[in-house]
Design a protein around this ligand. Structure first.
Ligand code: UT7
Length: 342
């Protein structure tokens, strides 16, 4: 019997590939200068400690499914498919439009994907890698030919703009890819994946109220418990260690070294986390994409936003080997190895 550790890749079944990609950010920009007027912070501190210059925020009334619909509609159009070709939709988000129904249901209706089923996936900043793996596995079994994967968050709906330690970090955005069965080696492939959870990390990054543990009350509102709470230093250290560790594990299992990669795409939480983890891993900095300056941390959307920039700047081309890696609240950890298909 082939054991987990001896098996060369976790991907069984038929090959799958990313067939198209699209992203969306709302037009309104919140700059570091704007934040200087809101909390006791400075452009210098934010830039030096995080690498962020600006982030995009929604206007009131715009929800996660709206951003997701923009990205999904473009991704479907670029794939050459029609909404009815989709069999499955997974939306990674920690900011669903509402507790229920799922954002996947709302999105399915908005884009007219009448034959798809699907659900939301909660893995915070690892939601895109988790959702990509989930869709890839569903397509690889033969259950569906085409799946829509979305990472979308309206972080501004759960950020406390009186808390300088978190409000400078986050932005809103969405990214979508179509995962399809690969017709041949020329199509690219989702080659391997690795994921972990570690619930011991829950107190370090969470939104304490609004769920079944602390349902909304006047007291939870007064105590500002419906906002993101973070122990930044704990999350920082875990993110650096785990980004390197999970990336190395996937590379080792596939007989690869960082030199074999054409591009390394990390979740974008802090420029210093990405630089530190990739230096430890030994990836050539020229192969690391960092676009946090323009978007901040958009949680489930950072990896597709970075992939989109890489494609647009021709740093990611058909046939390239790209490793995606993420660490987020939970803790959640993920990595996906991809041969780029377009
Ligand atoms: O994607 C989800 C996962 N999230 C992350 O990966 C985030 C991980 N953590 C981080 O990125 C960093 O820990 C932060 C950016 C959140 C904080 O950076 P840091 O270098 O760890 O700063 P710190 O929390 O140790 O704070 C250093 C100082 C403190 O002042 P004192 O106590 O030294 O006087 C903070 O009060 O910086 C102060 N500070 C600020 N100063 C100006 C914290 N936030 C700010 C701010 N502006 N916005």
């Amino acid at each position: 019997m082939v054991t987990e550790t001896k098996r060369r890749t976790r991907c069984g079944g038929r090959p799958t590939t990313i067939r198209s990609l699209a992203t969306y950010v709302p037009p309104r920009v919140l700059s570091n200068a704007d934040l200087e007027k809101m909390v006791d912070t400075s452009n210098e501190w934010i830039l030096q400690r995080t690498g962020i210059r600006e982030r995009h925020l929604v206007d009131p009334g715009v929800a996660t499914s709206d951003l997701a619909a923009h990205a999904a509609t473009d991704a479907i159009a670029r794939s050459g498919l029609a909404p009815d070709d989709l069999g499955f939709i997974v939306v990674g988000t920690v900011t669903p439009d509402m507790m229920f129904p799922s954002t996947a249901c709302l999105l399915q209706h908005k884009i007219g994907a009448h034959r798809a089923w699907g659900f939301d996936l909660s893995a915070a900043c690892s939601a895109f890698t988790y959702a990509l793996t989930t869709a890839s596995q569903i397509v690889s079994t033969g259950a569906h030919e085409h799946a829509l994967v979305v990472g979308a968050d309206v972080m501004s709906s759960i950020i406390d703009y009186q808390d300088r330690s978190t409000c400078v970090l986050f932005g809103d955005g969405a990214g979508a890819v179509i995962v399809s069965a690969a017709a041949g080696p020329d199509d690219g492939a989702i080659l391997d994946f690795e994921h972990e959870i570690d619930g011991a990390g829950a107190p370090a990054l969470c939104m304490p109220a609004g769920g079944s543990l602390n349902p909304p009350t006047h007291e939870t509102i007064d105590r500002r418990m419906h906002y993101v709470k973070q122990d930044g230093a704990t999350v920082f250290k875990f993110a650096v260690r785990k980004t390197e560790e999970i990336a190395r594990r996937v590379l080792d299992r596939n007989g690869l070294t960082p030199r074999d990669l054409d591009l390394f795409v990390s979740h974008q939480a802090n420029q210093r986390i990405i630089l530190s983890a990739t230096e430890k891993l030994g990836v050539d900095p020229a192969k690391v994409i960092i676009n946090i300056a323009r978007f901040g941390n958009t949680t489930a959307a950072t990896i597709p936003l970075a992939l989109n920039d890489a494609v647009a700047s021709k740093r990611l081309k058909k046939g390239d080997l790209v490793l995606l890696a993420s660490v987020g609240a939970g803790f959640t950890v993920g990595a996906v190895l991809v041969r780029w298909g377009f």
